[in-house]
Design a protein around this ligand. Structure first.
Ligand SMILES: [Zn+2]
Length: 113
């Protein structure tokens, strides 16, 4: 999670009080340099983590979205495969030319090799 004010990541912090530990997420800038440097609120960890889990569940329940992502990924992979096969063929061609040149240059006039 990134702070929209400073662009820094949020950190999980858990200061220990006398009786309990209060977990929260805080902007790195605010945590490192003080409240005056970034006005972003500290976010209670339990509520934030619950909200994130709910958002993930809601996303994963959209199976059409996942199917679309899988179809897109397969299409991109097929395109890359074709591209790489073309590059491989070109490289093999270059290797073949270089091999023939080495054979020619190592032959001695009148020799057998
Ligand atoms: Zn911040």
């Amino acid at each position: 999670m990134i702070c929209d004010r400073r662009g820094k990541h949020y950190l999980g912090v858990a200061p220990h009080g006398r009786r309990q530990c209060y977990r929260s997420y805080t902007c790195y800038t605010r945590h490192r340099y003080g409240r005056s440097t970034c006005p972003a609120d500290r976010l209670p960890a339990d509520q934030l983590e619950h909200a994130v889990m709910q958002a993930l569940l809601a996303t994963y329940e959209q199976t059409d979205l996942l199917e679309h992502a899988i179809t897109t990924a397969r299409s991109q992979a097929a395109h890359l495969r074709e591209q790489h096969q073309g590059e491989l063929a070109a490289i093999r061609g270059e290797i073949g030319k270089a091999g023939r040149w080495v054979c020619r240059s190592t032959r001695r006039p009148g020799g057998s090799g």
